[in-house]
Ligand binder design. Structure first.
Ligand code: PNS
Length: 163
C-alpha cells in the first residue's frame, strides 16, 4: 500500500492543484492532502484553515482514495504521522524550481525515507496560482474554470467579508 501526501497552503485550491491531486491519486493507492494550517506567507491566508480544508473536501469528493487533513508541523513529520512515503508536488513555470528544489533537498535532509516526486503542471495551468486567482476575483474578473466550482461560489462572499 503506497500512500502519498500532496501538501500546500491551498488559499484557495485551484484547478491546477486539483489536476495534480487527480493525477497523484491515479499513481498511488492513497493520497492525503496536507493543508498547512498557519503558512509562513506574508499577509496570512484569506480563507481560514477550516474553510480551506472544507473547500478541498468538496472539490475532491469524487476521488475515493483522497482525504484531507490540516497540519502545523514539519512536512516530514506530517508524512510520518499519516504513514506516507511520498511527497507529491506540482511544478509549474521555471520560477517554482528554486523554491521546490530547496524544499525537496531540506526534506530529504530531514528524513531521507520520504521521497519527493514532482508532477508537471499541464500547459493550461502552468501560470495559475492561488494569488493570481484572488487578484483576478478582487478586481471583479471571472475565475470560472481556474478554480473548482465550490471555490468559484465561495470566493466573492469571502472577499466581501474581508473588505
Ligand atoms: O502552497 P505552498 O506555499 O507551496 O506550500 C508550502 C508548504 C506548506 C508545502 C511548505 O511551506 C511546507 O512544507 N511547510 C511545512 C514546514 C516544513 O516542513 N518546512 C521545511 C521544508 S523547507
Amino acid at each position: 500500500m503506497r500512500r502519498g501526501i500532496v501538501p500546500g497552503t491551498f488559499d484557495p485550491i485551484t484547478s491546477g492543484h486539483l489536476d495534480i491531486i487527480e493525477r497523484a491519486a491515479g499513481l498511488l493507492d492513497e493520497i492525503v492532502i496536507g493543508v498547512a494550517l498557519s503558512p509562513d506567507k506574508g499577509g496570512g491566508p484569506l480563507f481560514t484553515a477550516d474553510e480551506r480544508v472544507e473547500l478541498i473536501r468538496r472539490a475532491t469528493a469524487h476521488l475515493s482514495n483522497v482525504s484531507v487533513k490540516g497540519f502545523d508541523t514539519l512536512l516530514v513529520n506530517f508524512a510520518d504521522e499519516v504513514d506516507a512515503s511520498v511527497i507529491i508536488k506540482g511544478l509549474r513555470a521555471m520560477t517554482d524550481f528554486e523554491r521546490e528544489f530547496q524544499m525537496a533537498a531540506l526534506n530529504w535532509r530531514l528524513d531521507s525515507k520520504v521521497e519527493t516526486v514532482f508532477i508537471m503542471a499541464i500547459p493550461e495551468y502552468m501560470y495559475l496560482s492561488s494569488s493570481a486567482v484572488k487578484e483576478i476575483a478582487m478586481h471583479g474578473g471571472s475565475v470560472r474554470g481556474l478554480v473548482p466550482d465550490v471555490v468559484c461560489e465561495a470566493l466573492p462572499h469571502k472577499l466581501n467579508e474581508a473588505r
